[in-house]
Design a binder for this molecule. Structure first.
Ligand SMILES: [Zn+2]
Length: 253
């Protein structure tokens, strides 16, 4: 079976030859991979990589821990092209003390949401220890027509219940859901309708069980698909088909 990974980072930072690496992953079991930016440098790098293969799609953005305010949106505008299917990973991260302050992060976040809105492409969010502030921003009226995907969603069932009335909000589930201690996330995933869901790796991080502890690779997304299908008591092949159709509807590829 072939799988789609909507969030992976095959960058020079991690691999000597990212192009060879993604070719191998594609041959292993991949149908499509969305290569997601975190900085100015890797956003430029990934746009070049994605030009080489039609199964790679670029998503460009500045991570909240690298936020510089509204210049981040201006930068994305200066490099964006028609191949870009989303803006990400963007958002809020209050986990580290040495990150830019909340005001700068919000300014950067909003400036990048505006780019997604203007180009009518998806906003892919990285939210850590900031779910309430993120909810407040993304549920504002001005973003009601913007498709929003929480990357490696980490909220609980209550948060899912709060988001479900907003039909433009989607949840991407990483290998974290397969971890033994992820009970709260598993309960949340049970509540998410399959037409509001995606699967991802966040390669090279967050390898799913039974590969936990190893560097992650996109082909391991298979374990997350299998796990969620069994958690939701649905046929794996049907689940893969559903995700493929979600990808088409939301990302247009
Ligand atoms: Zn990531």
């Amino acid at each position: 079976m072939k799988y789609i990974d909507i969030h992976t980072h095959p960058f020079k930072e991690y691999y000597e030859n990212p192009h060879d690496v993604v070719k191998q992953w594609y041959e292993d079991n991949m149908e499509k991979m969305f290569v997601v930016g975190t900085s100015r440098e890797d956003s430029v790098e990934l746009m070049q990589l994605c030009q080489k293969e039609n199964y790679l799609h670029p998503i460009i953005g500045i991570h909240p821990t690298l936020a510089k305010g509204k210049d981040d949106g201006i930068f994305l505008e200066s490099i964006i092209n028609k191949d870009v299917i989303g803006i990400g990973e963007i958002g809020l991260d209050y986990h580290y003390d040495d990150s830019p302050n909340a005001e700068i992060q919000k300014e950067s976040f909003r400036s990048q949401l505006e780019v997604a809105k203007k180009h009518n492409i998806v906003a892919m969010l990285h939210i850590r220890d900031a779910l309430e502030d993120a909810f407040e921003i993304v549920t504002q009226k001005e973003y009601k027509d913007l498709k929003i995907v929480f990357h490696s969603f980490s909220g609980d069932a209550e948060y899912v219940r709060k988001c479900l009335p907003y039909p433009n909000i989607y949840f991407s589930i990483s290998g974290v859901v397969t971890f033994k201690n992820a009970k709260s996330l598993q309960e949340a995933v049970k509540l998410i309708p399959v037409n509001r869901m995606f699967c991802e790796t966040d390669t090279p991080y967050l390898a799913p069980t039974p590969m936990r502890g190893k560097p992650n690779i996109s082909p391991y997304v298979m374990y997350t698909y299998k796990y969620i299908a069994s958690l939701k008591e649905i046929n794996e092949e049907e689940f893969i088909k559903q995700i493929r159709s979600n990808v088409k509807d939301v990302f247009g590829v």
